[in-house]
Design a protein around this ligand. Structure first.
Ligand SMILES: [Zn+2]
Length: 170
């Protein structure tokens, strides 16, 4: 029964994301052959945590491979947002993917692709984050929105992204 409810929310979100043009990569990025992320109830209070990849020209596939080399079951983030505002879904929202050590169970990781310690976050990426955040908030119990540096000793998601996403935080 519980699985049915979770499947329901994921199914509804799938339709919403498709209507937003979100590109679903959940079955096409490299995965570990013997490890899986644990699952969580989608009724629990959840945070959204913003990151940047701090990368230059690396594809999501290469980033996923890097995470696998570090022992992750799959890529660590739930969503990625390109500089052009294209949104990619990388994991299901009920998967406890590894993006913020100690806080993964209660947070959904959204990563801006690029190094936003070195360059401005484009408006298209900011607007995409707002759309994605609004959709997640409509169907999940989102109780806060923050960036990685607020929970861990890191510069992530970079000073330019931090400056620009202030209106999204809550
Ligand atoms: Zn981060």
């Amino acid at each position: 029964m519980k699985n049915k409810v979770i499947g329901g929310i994921i199914g509804v979100l799938g339709v919403v994301f498709a209507s937003m043009g979100v590109i679903n990569l959940t079955d096409s990025l490299p995965k570990s052959e013997n490890k899986n992320y644990r699952k969580r109830s989608l009724e629990r209070p959840l945070y959204i945590t913003y990151h940047h990849t701090a990368s230059k020209g690396q594809s999501l596939k290469q980033i996923a491979k890097g995470h696998l080399h570090r022992g992750f079951p799959e890529i660590g983030y739930c969503f990625a947002i390109g500089w052009d505002g294209i949104i990619y879904q990388l994991n299901d929202v009920n998967e406890i993917s590894w993006h913020d050590s100690g806080n993964n169970t209660n947070s959904i990781g959204i990563v801006f692709v690029g190094n936003y310690h070195e360059k401005e976050l484009p408006d298209a990426a900011l607007q995409a984050a707002k759309r994605l955040q609004d959709s997640l908030s409509a169907y999940l119990n989102i109780v806060g929105v923050r960036y990685h540096r607020q929970t861990s000793p890191t510069a992530c998601p970079g000073k330019y992204a931090i400056k620009k996403i202030q209106p999204l935080l809550r």
